[in-house]
Design a protein around this ligand. Structure first.
Ligand SMILES: Cc1cc2nc3c(=O)[nH]c(=O)nc-3n(C[C@H](O)[C@H](O)[C@H](O)COP(=O)(O)OP(=O)(O)OC[C@H]3O[C@@H](n4cnc5c(N)ncnc54)[C@H](O)[C@@H]3O)c2cc1C
Length: 374
């Protein structure tokens, strides 16, 4: 079998999966390499929230990207279901961004005004209005911003859905293949070396999540990125406890199918350590109990951790390498990689094909902020 491809994607997370899927939809012969198992890193650890309005103020380039991406999920869910039978469990029951004090309330009322001025739907709810909607929310909570359009998906199913759809379209996927180095000729990328030998392509996309900088080190480019550990746990409850996602400082509760609730997430910068700690989980439990006291009745399921890829200015890197033609980077999606995955796949496929993307990508260009550039 030939080792030459139209494009090679490095990384079997949600970003690599979406890029491979989009390239394959356009007829490219694609290889995707993953050093571990598919969806085994950040993408398999995520709570799956599509928090375009909860995570961002409602203005700016990242919000525009996020809003477009959120709007792509209904069609994507159908496409993946049709191609593979995988259900990404898209649930659109809104998000309550809970305020814990007066400062929070003022800030969220300001955000509601900004979002409404920009044509978004955002509503202020008093304590009694919150409990009318979600009776399990604590009496101590006196206000929240309600965001009807911020839903959620099953992050692992989404990632595997992208990857499986890609294979249906002919993408070759190899697990346990680690990319060690690139080959270049006349300022262009020509291939890669791996533990399973050499593969040739003049279009290579680095979607290695928090490990992207390590992959790019030999190219003379050190992106201003850092890893951020996050821990979560899940419980199951017989009587449905929540309908909307409850989102607050340092804690969210995401109601999944079958009475399952994901509680997340800790935020521990600058570590690749993926151990789940008693400290992390007990902190989340205290916060979850404060927000939704009856969660104490739920049955324990499991706990896990993942490493988010963050950047110094909070924007992902989406673009071509400033030195080597044909080498593309898609990383730094931090807390929003699940939300941003559909649009990332589309715009990176545009760049690889030399087409103009539907959005201005200059705020995300790779050379905007590098720590080292030799
Ligand atoms: C606890 C937690 C909760 C989160 N919740 C949400 C949420 O609710 N909503 C949301 O939108 N986002 C959420 N996120 C963020 C989201 O998970 C990430 O932004 C997203 O998964 C990043 O995807 P990725 O494909 O870039 O990275 P990853 O999923 O980490 O994938 C990168 C892959 O590249 C592989 N790789 C690395 N180096 C090499 C190499 N040399 N050769 C081959 N393969 C390599 C890795 O093994 C890995 O599988 C959460 C993250 C965490 C940790």
């Amino acid at each position: 079998m030939s080792n030459t491809y139209d494009a090679i994607v490095i990384g079997g997370g949600v970003i690599g999966g979406s890029i491979a899927y989009n390239l394959a939809k356009r007829g490219s012969k694609v290889l995707l390499l993953e050093k571990d198992r598919l969806a085994s890193k950040s993408s398999g650890a995520a709570a799956g929230m599509l928090g375009a309005q909860a995570e961002m103020d409602g203005v700016g380039s990242l919000f525009q990207l996020a809003k477009k991406s959120r709007g792509m999920f209904p069609t994507l869910a159908n496409e993946i279901k049709e191609k593979t039978g995988i259900d990404i469990d898209l649930i659109n029951k809104g998000m309550l961004k809970i305020c814990l004090n007066d400062q929070d309330q003022q800030e969220n009322k300001r955000i509601i005004t900004t979002q409404r001025q920009n044509g978004e739907e955002a509503e202020w709810l008093t304590g009694s209005e919150i409990r009318k909607k979600e009776p399990a929310v604590s009496e101590a909570i006196t206000g929240a911003m309600y965001l009807e359009k911020d839903g959620h998906v099953d992050a692992t199913q989404l990632t595997l859905g992208f990857l499986k759809s890609a294979t249906v379209l002919g993408v070759v996927i190899k697990e346990y293949v680690e990319v060690h180095s690139f080959k270049f000729s006349n300022g262009k990328v020509t291939g890669i070396e791996t533990n399973e030998g050499h593969f040739t392509s003049d279009k290579i996309i680095v979607a290695g999540g928090a490990w992207s900088n390590k992959i790019l080190a030999e190219t003379g480019l050190q992106l201003d990125t850092y890893p951020v550990k996050g821990e979560c746990f899940s419980v199951v409850i017989q009587q449905p406890l929540l309908s909307s996602t409850i989102f607050s400082h340092g804690c969210y509760l995401v109601p999944k199918k079958g009475g399952r609730i994901i509680v997340g997430a800790t935020v521990i910068p600058r570590t690749f350590n993926q151990q789940v700690t008693v400290e992390g989980i007990s902190l989340l439990m205290e916060k979850a109990k404060y927000l939704v006291p009856s969660i104490v009745e739920a049955e324990w399921e499991r706990a896990w951790a993942g490493i988010r890829p963050q950047t110094a200015d909070g924007l992902p890197y989406l673009g071509e390498h400033p030195i080597y033609k044909g080498l593309f980077v898609a990383t730094g999606h931090f807390r929003n990689g699940i939300l941003l995955s559909p649009i990332t796949g589309e715009v990176i496929a545009d760049l690889v094909e030399g087409k103009e993307p539907p959005l201005n990508l200059s705020p995300f260009r790779v050379e905007r902020m590098v720590k080292q550039y030799t």
